[in-house]
Design a protein around this ligand. Structure first.
Ligand SMILES: [Zn+2]
Ligand SMILES: [Zn+2]
Length: 273
């Protein structure tokens, strides 16, 4: 089966090109009026090429790639960013400051300590950083072919999380929804609760009718969803966590995060709140 055959339209304007790499991260196309954004730049196995598959797919349709976006900085989500950069040189690589910093930190950490380039880094190519457009505000709103798309900074699974809204679909990255979040990255419950609240408030204030929630690994695809209920249950779980979890993110076991400015800034902000 060719990749073309495996491309899955999962909602209006939303295509899952495939799942790639050892952790099966999705490579997504969000499109409208001949323009598109590519979401995630998945890690790939040697015989895989998410960027190549997408390039062929969009070129056959004459679509212009406006943006490349990431839900967060973990390697399964950005392991082939270099290939995207090669194949889509005109695209804007748009992300929140936290992702930009954490990704750069991860790249340095991997190349310095593991002696393994990350991604397959050509320092010349990345001398101005991995991203072309970095924003600091909590929400960035822009458009694809005139259709609004928004990126909300909301750390919960990692310090770099952003949720993406497009055409009534919210991409939750690696967020754990409902109860029992294992919090792999050790982020504090209070920070997670804050992020869930931010997303709920944004969707409410903008009067967005969310009909689907997709994890970017595509292992959680919820259609005809009651967005408010899902978020409320998730929020309640974090609010009910023991007090010791209340304040500070604990990324200190992760060298890539604990050495980053975004980690210390978040700690300071939470300690002062
Ligand atoms: Zn992750
Ligand atoms: Zn992941």
């Amino acid at each position: 089966m060719s990749q073309e055959d495996s491309a899955l339209p999962l909602a209006d304007g939303i295509i899952l090109m495939g799942r790639y790499g050892p952790f099966s991260c999705g490579a997504w196309i969000l499109h409208h009026n001949g323009e598109c954004a590519l979401l995630e730049t998945p890690q790939r196995r040697e015989n895989e090429s998410p960027a190549g598959d997408i390039k062929k797919f969009v070129e056959e349709r004459g679509w212009r790639v406006k943006y490349v976006l990431l839900s967060h900085h973990h390697i399964d989500h950005m392991g082939s960013i270099d290939q995207y950069k090669d194949l889509f040189p005109e695209a804007r690589f748009l992300t929140h400051r936290a992702i930009a910093e954490l990704a750069e930190n991860l790249r340095l950490h991997m190349s310095l300590f593991r002696r393994r380039p990350f991604p397959t880094v050509n320092p010349e190519k990345w001398k101005n950083g991995l991203f072309t457009d970095v924003f600091d505000e909590e929400v960035r709103e822009t458009d694809i072919g005139g259709e609004p798309i928004s990126i909300v900074y909301a750390p919960k699974h990692s310090l770099g999380d952003t949720l993406i809204h497009f055409r009534g679909v919210v991409f939750t990255g690696d967020w754990w929804l409902f109860e029992g979040d294992p919090q792999w990255c050790g982020l504090a419950g209070a920070l997670a609760a804050h992020s869930v609240t931010r997303v709920m408030k944004y969707v409410h204030d903008k009067n967005i009718r969310v009909h689907a929630i997709f994890s970017t690994h595509a292992d959680q695809l919820m259609q005809a969803v009651n967005f408010k209920d899902v978020m409320k249950r998730t929020l309640d779980y974090h609010l009910a966590l023991p007090k010791r979890d209340e304040r500070l993110p604990d990324c200190s076991s992760c060298p890539s995060c604990s050495l980053s400015r975004v980690f210390w800034r978040t700690r300071a902000a939470l300690a002062g709140s």
